[in-house]
Design a binder for this molecule. Structure first.
Ligand code: PMV
Length: 324
């Protein structure tokens, strides 16, 4: 095989962010906006990369230089993913041209970096005929993310690999697909770009002298995520909504919510949402609100009234797959 196209979904964190970095569970769902990665074998041992969505239009280096030197931000995840997989198979003599195309803006925090990492690992492994399991793809992709960011639970990688809705514990200690038939969610974008690592570090720093309090908050988040798993499977939206609200209170205590998100959440609940919370690291990006059958429109209007953009996504999307 000399060419392959692979796609993977973006993600939405439902509950458990931040605590999941420190050995607690979270629940994440894959969304139907996808990242597409095309990989082509070249005749000479070079790495070429095109990602017009993130302004990388012509990037080429000898394979021996892969992972070295100053890597442009938009190329980092794909380049290190290629390095990891070639290292895994001890292949240092192949030429690869990688092209990425995203259906979603990297602004939303839907996990474009993790989706492109997963696609790259999957595509190169197929080209090399490796037949990797999903867990092996997860492990190599997670290693890539840790190489670059140094931090992260890997929940976004799991969503990109497995798809669906997942109960997940740090580093893939548990990856449990949940049988979720529907999930009546509205997603609102705050218009503010957030940086995950900055927020994780911010929490660590602001609780440096209150470690017990931080442990208590994380434990409480862990407990409510566990309860939310049953509520979600049983489609008990009232209960799930209450747990989302409690999770949001704890995220506020962590100091990661912001006025704009708080307002979008408040108005969504006033408009009848069962529950609402920020989704992801906080500091911006998106919020989610759980709505009743008739309540969708009014929750969407409330989010717009608070200055947010409603983003239409379907949850529970399929995981990484070969396109052609
Ligand atoms: O900012 P996002 O959407 O990638 O979510 C980050 C969630 C954290 O728990 C804060 C970090 C992580 O890796 O789990």
């Amino acid at each position: 095989m000399s060419r392959i196209m692979v796609s993977a979904p973006g993600k939405l964190m439902l509950l458990g962010e931040h605590a999941v970095v420190y050995n607690h569970p979270c629940i994440v769902t894959a969304v139907d906006q996808r990242m597409y990665v095309n990989v082509e074998v070249l005749d000479e041992p070079v790495f070429e990369f095109y990602a017009p969505d993130v302004q990388v239009v012509s990037y080429k280096k000898p394979l021996s230089e892969i992972g070295k030197g100053d890597i442009p931000k938009g190329a980092r995840f794909v380049e290190i993913a290629v390095k990891e997989i070639l290292h895994f198979v001890q292949n240092d003599n192949i030429g690869l041209k990688v092209t990425t195309k995203s259906e979603f803006s990297s602004q939303f925090g839907f996990g474009s970096s993790s989706a492109s990492t997963v696609c790259t690992i999957k595509a190169v492994s197929e080209i090399l005929g490796l037949n990797l399991t999903n867990k092996e793809i997860f492990d190599l992709s997670y290693k890539t993310v840790l190489d670059i960011q140094g931090k992260g639970s890997g929940f976004d990688i799991a969503a990109a690999v497995y798809g669906g809705t997942i109960y997940f514990v740090t580093g893939g200690k548990i990856i449990e697909p949940l049988d979720v038939k529907k999930l009546p969610l509205v997603v609102g974008y705050s218009g503010i770009k957030a940086d995950t690592v900055t927020l994780v570090n911010q929490v660590k720093k602001s609780f440096a002298n209150r470690q017990d309090k931080l442990t208590e908050i994380y434990n409480n988040i862990g407990v409510l995520v566990y309860k939310a798993k049953d509520a979600l499977i049983n489609m008990d939206w009232q209960k799930l909504g209450k747990l989302m609200n409690k999770n949001q209170d704890l995220l506020r205590e962590l100091g990661v919510s912001i006025k704009k998100l708080d307002n979008m959440i408040k108005l969504a609940i006033q408009a009848g949402a069962y529950g609402a919370k920020l989704s992801g690291a906080g500091g911006g990006d998106c919020m989610i609100a759980l709505h009743s059958v008739q309540g969708k429109l009014s929750v969407q209007e409330a989010i717009k009234k608070a200055g947010g953009d409603v983003i239409n996504v379907k949850t529970n999307a399929e995981g990484v797959r070969i396109e052609k």
